[in-house]
Each structure stands twice: as structure tokens, then as C-alpha cells.
Design a protein around this ligand. Sequence first.
Ligand code: ZN
Length: 256
Amino acid sequence: MINSKSVNTFLKKISYLLVCTLLAISCGFDNKTTDLITVSENDIILWNKDSFPLTMYIDNSFTASEVSSIKEASSLWEAAVEIDVFNSFPSFTPVNYSKTEDYYYLDDRMAIYKASHQVESLRPNILALTQLYIKLVKKIDGRQIFHIEHFDVFMNDFYFNFNDGGGSGEYDFKTIVLHEIGHVFGISGHIDNTIMNGYGSTNIVTHSIDPDIKQDLYDIYHIDLYQLPSKVYISHISTTPLTSTTAIVSFQLLKD
Ligand SMILES: [Zn+2]
């Protein structure tokens, strides 16, 4: 039952909050957040071609067959853009950090990691995750163009099993890796019923890239950005703004 005393207390709380909010705005506490970059669905994310070729470090806990799948998946995307993006795939022993961001801040390698330990952002419903450090380079008709300056790919081995072929509660490794490396090349979101679908399934084995997606990515690297048609890729993108021009964006592949 609502009595006048609880209504009074409620009103007091509301007016207190209102005063605090007004004070915060007038003192300029909000300025910091309004200066931070936002990344929208129509923005374009790509590498500066001058930064090619790149090195992709491979966590040495991947099996020989998984390493082959990683290299084959990279080659398929390179064929799509018709550029040699990666020239070497050295093996290394990663440090086990507890946050995905630490793999950007504390480990300067661009790498693919087999996360067999628990990592904060790799929740129990996330099969794999790609994070990109991006920097705003220009704006075209309200669309922002970002250059990718760093990537990290995580296979969530703490919660999931990956194999060769999927089924029986396991996910096909090469299908998932092909999807993630698509983000590394600049596919900035998810597209239903394609290799860039936002959900992974134990029943899906796809080792090829859809022609439309190949074309989209080719256009981003070869056509004058001013002439690119608007595309809206959606879902499972999380943005951590860092400054007015930089951010870390993460793409999460969820289990279906
Ligand atoms: Zn994805």
C-alpha cells in the first residue's frame, strides 16, 4: 500500500537526484563522455594498406591441424581482397590475462589466442571474439572511416570444444576461425545466413566466403571510399571508446 510518507520520501529522493544531475551538468562533469568517439553501424573499418603485410602470431597451444586451418582461413580472405595481408604466422606462448583488453594493453602482439583459461569478456555464451583497436581517419557524408591498428582473436576454449567437422556438441574450428578473421579484415558486424552470421552452431560447417561478402570487402579496399554504397551490418558489436578518435570494438560470436 502506498502511504503519504513513502510518497514524500520518494519525492525527496527524486528532487535530490535532480539537483545532483543539474549540478553535475553545470560543473561540466559530462564533458568527458560527450567528447568520446561513437562507432555507428554504417561506419567503415579497414586497414591502411600501407601497414601491410602484417604478422599474425599464433598461440602455440593450437594443434598443427588448427594452425593449418588458421592459415587457410587467412588465405581465403586474402584471396577475397586480392591483397597479401599476412606474411608470417609465428608461434608464441601467450601470458594468460584475465581481460581481453589486457591483450591489447599488455601484449603488443596481434594474435589468435586459444583461451583455455577464464577470461572476463569471454562469457559462457560467446564462442569466439575479435577485438580491434581502431582510429578515426576521416568522415564522408556523416560516415566515419576508421583504420584498424591492432587485432586480437580469441577462441573460447574454456567453455567450448572445437573440432574438425562439428556435431556432438562441438563446433567446427575452421568455420569459426574463418568467421573471426573476416572481422580482422574489416567485416564490421554480422550478416544472417552467411559465414558472418552472428550465431555459431554445432551443425554448421562452412569453409568458404559468400560472394556478396567477398565483393563488399573487395570494394572497401579497392573503390574510392566516397563511392561506396551504404551498408548496415548489425548485432553483437560492443564499443569501448577511448578518446575522441579511438576505440576498441569487439565482435562476439554467440552460440545459437
Ligand atoms: Zn562475428
